[in-house]
Design a protein around this ligand. Structure first.
Ligand SMILES: Nc1nc2c(c(=O)[nH]1)N[C@H]1C(S)=C(S)[C@@H](COP(=O)(O)O)O[C@H]1N2
Ligand SMILES: [Mo]
Length: 503
């Protein structure tokens, strides 16, 4: 007979040992075989879209951390309940561990491209957890223990718990930061021939104002959106791309072979369909890579193959119109971002970049497959979850400075921001102060129609509260609509508007 408090402590220790050992074993078998990662992945792929959008909005890209913390908290609560029951009947403890193992194993085996041995980390972890539970229960002398015995026992349990937690975190850190970072650091990017390289940016492309998004977004500041609970670890050695499906000729290409193909370099602005009006899920980078169109033509698509599904190593998919990839725009398999090999979290070793389309229908990171199919035959990841199959980027603009709620001094104030309509280009940006006339802003130069464009407008600010509103017009003459729409299903619309208080 044991106390409830003892039962809870013993079960908690067993749970931490189980998870820590599973993480350590997962180093050998691959991160996605870990119970925490695979259960988290199942949750990410199956939560209702509304809950996920809410989480993305609340936690931005920290939603994964929130998910991990939430999962661990839930597990701890589960362990405590099981432990309390097990204090009366020890067998309940093993039943609880068995349930935990069944869920972990089912999740691990269900993940994309799961190896047959994906059950091993959870199984070994569960056995270790059960052994610890037995050990703790056997050592505890229950109600008759002397205070010394009790303290000695608590110490033993505490050390076990702490040791397992450290083992788990160290393993996680090791498995996500080793190999692939070293591989990435050793990559020598092939030179880009002058005729397909970008010309140096004119210094006037960037007004360089405080708070204004720089024309080129540094990699460390570039927004991150993906469904991967742990960043897929894919070395350039392991990487290969398979082009298959409705093609005359299937193609498989290695990283080495990819690097030997003609290289192009382009500036292109990526945007997320989930970006709210005025939001920050957009960034501009210089990409280096290989034209997708050349590879697709070599594979010779069959009639009716109107969709190219790009698939990542973790099973994410995006569906891009074949016609868009072949229409002459600089769609590429990117290997470098702003002059360095793709950062691991941005898709190392290879990702797609397609100017003009939102990321969810084009920008697949950790790319391993291009499958020619049709829109009628296959719905990609976000399409299954209700988002639009076609995702051209909408014409939008944003005020970066002054800031919303800012207090600029009366007199000359520089209003500035960015406007974008990728692959159509921006022809005009207008700003309105309160209910005044639309005033035409100065447009800064851009290297192509595939990037955002900075704009500036000098304003003689007068004391009081003012509302500033911006709207852009693309090269097709379409002015950004004022109709307010949420991101779901194909991108937010409306005018960005801010308020300032001029003292
Ligand atoms: N493998 C994979 N690629 C992906 C995604 C993903 O979830 N998994 N998300 C897409 C979405 S929705 C966007 S907006 C872009 C974001 O790219 P970034 O994280 O490099 O900014 O990646 C795209 N590529
Ligand atoms: Mo996105």
């Amino acid at each position: 007979m044991h106390t409830r408090r003892f039962g809870a402590l013993a079960a908690l220790t067993a749970a931490v040992v189980a998870l820590g050992v599973a993480e350590a074993v997962a180093i050998v078998t691959g991160a996605t075989t870990s119970p925490l990662v695979s259960v988290g992945g199942v949750v990410i792929d199956n939560v209702p879209a509304a809950v996920k959008d809410f989480a993305v909005q609340v936690f931005y890209t920290y939603d994964k951390l929130a998910l991990s913390v939430g999962t661990i908290a839930l597990l701890a609560a589960f362990a405590v309940v099981v432990g309390v029951l097990a204090a009366k009947r020890e067998i309940i403890g093993y039943a609880g561990i068995g349930l935990f193992a069944a869920i972990g194993i089912a999740a691990a085996l269900s993940r994309h491209a799961a190896p047959w041995y994906a059950f091993v980390p959870t199984l070994v972890g569960a056995l270790a957890g059960a052994a610890v539970l037995r050990w703790l229960f056997a050592r505890e002398t229950g109600y008759n223990a002397t205070p010394e015995e009790r303290r000695a026992f608590l110490r033993a349990a505490g050390y076990t718990l702490a040791g397992a937690a450290v083992l788990g975190f160290a393993s996680r850190w090791w498995s996500t930061r080793r190999g692939v970072e070293a591989d990435r650091a050793a990559i020598n990017l092939p030179p880009v021939p002058p005729d397909t390289a970008v010309s140096p940016l004119p210094s006037e492309a960037d007004a360089g104002l405080p708070d204004l998004a720089p024309f080129v977004t540094p990699n460390k500041d570039f927004y991150l959106i993906d469904t991967a609970l742990v960043v897929p670890q894919l070395t350039s050695e392991d990487w290969q791309l398979r082009i298959h499906g409705r093609v005359e000729k299937e193609i498989t290409i290695s990283y080495k072979e990819l690097l030997q193909r003609p290289m192009i370099e382009r500036y292109a602005t990526l945007a997320c369909v989930s970006n709210e009006v005025g939001g920050g899920l957009i960034g501009n980078a210089k990409w280096q890579g290989v034209r997708v169109a050349d590879l697709i033509r070599e594979a010779r698509p069959k009639a009716g193959a109107d969709q190219v599904v790009s698939r990542s190593s973790d099973g994410f998919t995006a569906g891009t119109p074949t016609a868009v990839l072949l229409d002459g725009r600089d769609a590429m398999l990117a290997i470098a971002m702003n002059g360095e090999p793709l950062p691991v979290e941005h898709g190392f070793p290879v990702r797609m970049v397609v100017p003009g389309l939102y990321g969810y229908v084009s920008a697949t990171k950790w790319l391993v497959e291009l499958e020619l199919t049709s829109f009628a035959d296959f719905d990609a990841y976000w399409i299954k979850r209700g988002w639009a199959a076609q995702g051209p980027i909408k014409t939008e603009s944003r005020i970066d400075t002054p800031r919303d709620g800012g207090k600029p001094k009366a007199g000359d104030v520089m209003i500035a921001g960015v406007a974008w309509a990728q692959h159509r280009g921006i022809s005009k940006v207008e700003v309105r102060v309160d209910d005044g006339e639309w005033q035409t802003a100065t447009l800064l130069p851009v290297p192509s129609i595939d990037t955002w464009r900075q704009w500036t407008l000098k304003w003689r600010a007068t004391p009081g509260r003012h509302r500033l509103t911006v709207r852009a017009t693309d090269n097709g003459g379409q002015t950004q609509t004022d109709a307010v729409a949420p991101p779901d299903p194909d991108g937010a619309t409306g005018w960005h508007s801010i308020e300032v208080d001029v003292p």
